[in-house]
Each structure stands twice: as C-alpha cells, then as structure tokens.
Design a protein around this ligand. Structure first.
Ligand SMILES: [Zn+2]
Length: 423
C-alpha cells in the first residue's frame, strides 16, 4: 500500500466546503459512538450495526446525506475502530488505561473510498462529486497519480494541516525495490546522547530539531496569550505556532526516513531494542528529549524499508543489553551515568557501542532459535506503531493532534506516514 500526498489549491468557498465535510465526518463518528454508549450490552453493537446506524443518520440529517455515502461509512468505521481497540485492550488485559473511546472535537480529515471523486484525466486535479460542494481542486506536487490505474486507488483523504489542505491517495500497489544484499548485519542502540550507536562503533549524531527551534517556538507560543481570545489575531498567532511545530515534525520525519533508508540499504539484517517509549516518557526530565529523538518513527521506517527491500528488521527485548560484556558475557553493573564498559576480561568499550554489539548478538540468537525471517515481527509491530500512543505527550498542539489523527485512520491508511513521498 502506497500513499501519495498532494497539497491542494482551491478557493475560499472550497476550503469552507472541505471544513464542512471534515466537521460532518466528526459528527458521524461521535453520533455512532453515542449510539454504542447508549445501547445496552444485549444489543450487541458491532461494526455492521454501526454501519446500519450511519444510514439512519443520513435520513435524519441533510448535511450527512450531502456527504458521499461511502465517506459516511468511512466515518462510521472510525467509531468502530475506537470501540474495537477498546475491546481488544480489555480482552488482552492491557495494563493501565484501556482507552475507552472518547468524543472527538479536533478531527482534521475526511475520507472517501472509491466513489465521490473523479480524477481529471490529464491534469493534476480532482473533483469531489458529492453534495458538499467541494468541487474541483488543484493538486500541487511532483507525484504522478495518473500512472496508477484508478481502480487501484482505494481511499482518498483530505487532511487539514497548519499550512493548508492536503489530498492523500491510498494506492494498492506492492511497494518493493531490489537493492543488492551486502552481507552486512547491524545492531542499533538508540540513545539520547547519540541518535543511535551501531555495532560497528559508529555514533549517529542526534539532530534535536525541537531543541534547536525551541526559542522560536516558545516565542510564538507566548505571542498567542498576548492576543485577545476569539479575535483574528489570536487565530493567526496560533497558526504561526502550529506551523513551527509542523516544520519540526517534517524535519524529524525526513531525518528518520533518510537514516532508516541508509541503514536498510547497507545492511541485510538490522536489530534494535523493543523500547517502550510510552513508559519512558513518564520520566519528565527525559520526556522531551526522548520524544524529540523520534525513535518510534525511526523504527517504523526501519520496518518499512526492510519490507520494501526484502531484508530483515528485528526487535529484541532490551534487558541487560547495556550490562552484559560483549566479549565474555559477564554482567557488569553500571548506572546510566557510566559511559564506558570496562570488564575484567580486558574488554573496554564505549557503553552504547557495547550495547549495540549485544543487541545484534541477541537478534542473531533469536533468528537462530525461532528461524523466522522477521517480516512477521515487523508487520505486527507496525500495527502497534500506527496507534501512535507513545508520543501523546509531544509538546505542541499540532503534533499531539497529528498523532491523534494517525490513530484514527482506517487500517489501510495506516501506512501513510511511512510511505509518504518515498520514491
Ligand atoms: Zn568481559
């Protein structure tokens, strides 16, 4: 599944219509959720029941009827996605909060399936044909959606961002590329000091995009509170602030993507730790740095490229990787501040370097004992990543919202951030 994204250009009335459609989507989702909350257990509300209820909504509310029928279905599916996730968490006895579905107030996207839109046969334009009145908008970008058969486009989404509206096409094509096998294997130790340290002793510097722009971001944030509530000036200030965060998140994405691509191109096997970022961000001193490092994103890109190039990305449990001696296997206890691994056997290594070697070793052992190729692991991990739980504490409105919207996507849209703009 490939996702192609364009920025759109339309007029004010069209943007208004897009807003309408986005609001309607949220309305349908929340109504369906209310329907589920209000029904008794005996009613046994499932996906089909919610889907049926959405047709009732169409009859009751003219503005719902104006939205394409499959888009209404897609909005109802969002409610079911939230409900089923809650059910799953309860069934699997997930520790902590189970994520009881909540009403949404900050939806920023509308999703069409295979109807309600038509591509211009030659130009980069798309026409939305339902009664929301969006009409034809230009698609800005260098991608060519026309090279794919229309039948392979399974979903079309319109997303609002701080700097405008975007149209995403979810194309059902196998995304594979052959790169030569190099015979190289690598273990990665994710850290704060360095973005990662690999088992060859290379330290990848941490870009810290948020830290670098922090002064500007804070400045923009303060400006918001100086403006009067409900006034246009405040809206503008908020937008400026959101754009700053958008820029940082894009830088981070680009960085993670390029690093992950590089790693998977030059190695056949990549092993990394199965870190629970969600638990780690509870440490508030580290929270910002951890989020900024964007490990989770980096990891999902590793998995994406592994799949694309037909290589193996594998996560191992992080226990003792920083304590064990890579040479003789003895445990050498050390605190977080001890940066060097020194063992009685004469092995002296930089701490992260030693950990990376252990991680690679663990990964090889795992493959030797279970004999799997890793692809199963990565697909399982991907669906977990797609929920975007770990980064809910990201500072800044935009990012938090972005993460939230990510979790609302229907399953086939989940690969969005992974495959965006990858040639
Ligand atoms: Zn040793």
């Amino acid at each position: 599944m490939l996702v192609i994204e364009y920025k759109t250009k339309g007029n004010q009335a069209q943007y208004q219509a897009i807003e309408e459609a986005i609001k309607t989507t949220q309305f349908i989702r929340n109504k369906c959720l209310k329907y589920w909350i209000d029904s008794s257990r005996e009613d046994n509300i499932n996906n089909a029941a919610i889907s049926r209820y959405s047709t009732v909504l169409r009859a009751d509310f003219p503005f719902v009827a104006a939205l394409n029928s499959m888009a209404v279905q897609a909005a109802a599916e969002r409610a079911w996605l939230a409900i089923s996730r809650f059910y799953d968490n309860c069934k699997n006895k997930k520790s902590g909060k189970k994520g009881y579905p909540r009403f949404q107030h900050d939806n920023r996207s509308v999703e069409y399936k295979t109807s309600g839109w038509a591509l211009h046969p030659t130009k980069r334009r798309i026409r939305f044909t339902d009664k929301k009145g969006i009409g034809e908008v230009k698609l800005l970008g260098t991608w060519d959606i026309h090279t794919y058969p229309v039948k392979s486009i399974k979903r079309v989404r319109i997303v609002r961002r701080a700097d405008g509206y975007y149209v995403q096409f979810c194309v059902d094509v196998e995304c594979k590329e052959t790169v030569p096998f190099t015979g190289q294997e690598i273990g990665l130790d994710m850290g704060l000091e360095h973005f990662y340290t690999d088992s060859n002793g290379h330290h990848e510097p941490n870009p810290r995009f948020l830290r670098k722009a922090e002064k500007q971001v804070k400045h923009c944030q303060r400006k918001i509170y100086k403006k009067q509530k409900g006034k246009n000036g405040r809206k503008k200030a908020r937008n400026r602030y959101a754009r700053k965060h958008l820029k940082i998140s894009r830088q981070r994405t680009e960085h993670a993507k390029s690093r992950a691509r590089h790693v998977m191109q030059s190695n056949d096997l990549c092993v990394y730790e199965n870190l629970q970022v969600k638990n780690m961000v509870r440490n508030h001193h580290l929270a910002k740095s951890i989020n900024d490092a964007g490990w989770r994103q980096f990891r999902s890109y590793l998995e994406y490229f592994a799949q694309k190039y037909g290589k193996v990305a594998l996560a191992v449990e992080p226990h003792y990787t920083s304590q064990q001696c890579p040479d003789c296997g003895t445990m050498v206890k050390k605190s977080l501040s001890t940066r060097t691994h020194t063992c009685k056997c004469g092995c002296v290594l930089q701490r992260d370097y030693a950990a990376a070697i252990n991680i690679l070793q663990k990964g090889k052992e795992k493959i030797a004992t279970s004999g799997h190729g890793g692809s199963k692991v990565s697909s399982k991990k991907k669906s977990r990543n797609a929920r975007g739980v770990g980064t809910a504490t990201l500072s800044g409105v935009t990012l938090t919202e972005q993460v939230l919207t990510m979790s609302l996507e229907s399953p086939c849209m989940r690969d969005r951030r992974v495959s965006n703009g990858i040639s």
